[in-house]
Design a protein around this ligand. Structure first.
Ligand SMILES: [Zn+2]
Length: 83
């Protein structure tokens, strides 16, 4: 399990609570984890998951670009003739 997703991880312990409520609308949980002081544990996980997903998508696109030839004689791409 990834640390920020683990409710028993030290980074999610109450010592990180900042005495305020999570900034997510309507959420009554105490805010503050090792990863952000603005969100509660649950909403921090959702936020980090979203970030990880979009970063992974960006990374894949960058990787695809890097291994794609920039033109020239080769003509063969790793993925075939997509796009
Ligand atoms: Zn929350």
């Amino acid at each position: 399990m990834i640390a920020y997703q683990d409710p028993n991880h030290e980074g999610n312990s109450p010592k990180h609570h900042n005495g305020k409520l999570c900034i997510e609308k309507g959420c009554q949980n105490p805010a503050g984890t090792a990863w952000s002081h603005l969100w509660c544990f649950k909403h921090n996980v959702e936020r980090m998951d979203r970030i990880n997903k979009s970063l992974a998508a960006i990374e894949l696109r960058m990787l695809a670009k890097d291994i794609r030839p920039t033109g020239g004689a080769c003509g063969q791409t790793f993925f075939g003739d997509e796009e």
